[in-house]
Ligand binder design. Structure first.
Ligand SMILES: Nc1ncnc2c1ncn2[C@@H]1O[C@H](COP(=O)(O)OP(=O)(O)O)[C@@H](O)[C@H]1O
Ligand SMILES: [Mg+2]
Length: 303
């Protein structure tokens, strides 16, 4: 199947990778392309800096779901708050909810227990996709998650299974089981790794792909190599800048070859653009990404 069609069928696209490689730019670019294709899409960010808002030209909105164009919404998520909302939704009897939320056991548990924050984030995404009332969003087709940096990305995906193994009954257990089986469905959830064609990011992207395979039993649907130096124009005047550019480009080509030799799945590239963070960058990156999404085929996903 074409990679763009694969993306259009997914409910959750997790964009992961090391910070600073363009993860947020890529999440916004994918979100925008999906919205342009008519999918009701939300780009979900878990980072207090609200970079997604800036990237899509939306004012900081303090946690609310806000529109960012036709069929496109953004939300900056506060994980602590969504966990409480999930408890409310799962425990239907109001007095019980109040008791649970006020209890010191819950407070300590939700702040400290490994995996619960991740459960909150994923549970929130699933709720939005099911059109949870009061979220401010319509029934969505897709959530693009700008995931926390590398190691946390894998933790996010493995958390439900781990929590389900540790907690055997009750609302958290039910939620964890539900999320684990959702994540295990390659037709519903896909992972995209963002990286750059430099030594460290390439090594880390390959490690991340291996870790995903080992711990989550899944290949990423694509690696996206961002910020490639465009080939130098023939007419460029000689000088130190030209030499530097040429050197960066040479390094990019070497690392791209390294990546291609080490990973057989789809690899897409995005150029370094002379555009500041914002909607114009996202629109231009979208035009750069589309041909690759149309040309690449998706290798068969395993779960
Ligand atoms: N292809 C690109 N061309 C030019 N600038 C880019 C590109 N990709 C990302 N940037 C810029 O690089 C910075 C880091 O990108 P960002 O997406 O926020 O990275 P991350 O989320 O991985 O930390 C931002 O200022 C962004 O605008
Ligand atoms: Mg970011």
């Amino acid at each position: 199947m074409r990679l763009d069609d694969t993306l259009k069928r997914l409910q959750l696209i997790v964009v992961t990778g090391k910070g600073g490689v363009g993860k947020t730019a890529l999440a916004c670019t994918i979100g925008r392309l999906l919205a342009e294709a008519g999918r009701k899409t939300l780009v979900l960010e878990v980072d207090p800096r609200e970079n997604v808002h800036q990237m899509l030209g939306v004012a900081p909105s303090g946690g609310a779901v806000v529109p960012a164009g036709s069929d496109l919404w953004v939300q900056n998520l506060k994980p602590e708050e969504v966990l409480d909302a999930l408890v409310r939704e799962r425990l239907h009897i109001e007095f019980l909810v109040r008791r649970v939320l006020a209890s010191p056991v819950y407070t300590q548990f939700s702040a400290g227990a490994p995996g619960l924050k991740e459960l909150g984030i994923l549970g929130h995404a699933l709720r939005l996709l099911r059109g949870a009332a009061g979220s401010g969003a319509p029934a969505l087709d897709t959530v693009v998650l700008d995931a926390p940096a590398t190691g946390h990305g894998v933790r996010l995906l493995t958390a439900p299974k781990l929590v389900a193994e540790v907690i055997e009954s009750g609302p958290f257990s039910d939620l964890a089981k539900e999320l684990a089986s959702w994540l295990a469905d390659p037709a519903a959830v896909g992972v995209v790794i963002a990286t750059q064609a430099e030594e460290m990011p390439v090594t880390e992207a390959l490690e991340l792909a291996v870790e995903l395979e080992d711990r989550f039993g899944r290949q990423p649907i694509a690696l996206v190599v961002n910020g490639l130096y465009p080939p130098l124009a023939e007419a460029t005047a000689p000088g130190p800048l030209r030499d530097l550019w040429r050197e960066r480009r040479r390094l990019n080509e070497r690392e791209l070859a390294h990546l291609r030799a080490a990973w057989v799945g789809p690899i897409l590239t995005l150029p370094l653009l002379p555009i500041d963070r914002g909607p114009e960058l996202v629109a231009t990156l979208g035009r750069c990404l589309s041909p690759g999404l149309e040309a690449e085929r998706m290798s068969v996903a395993t779960s």
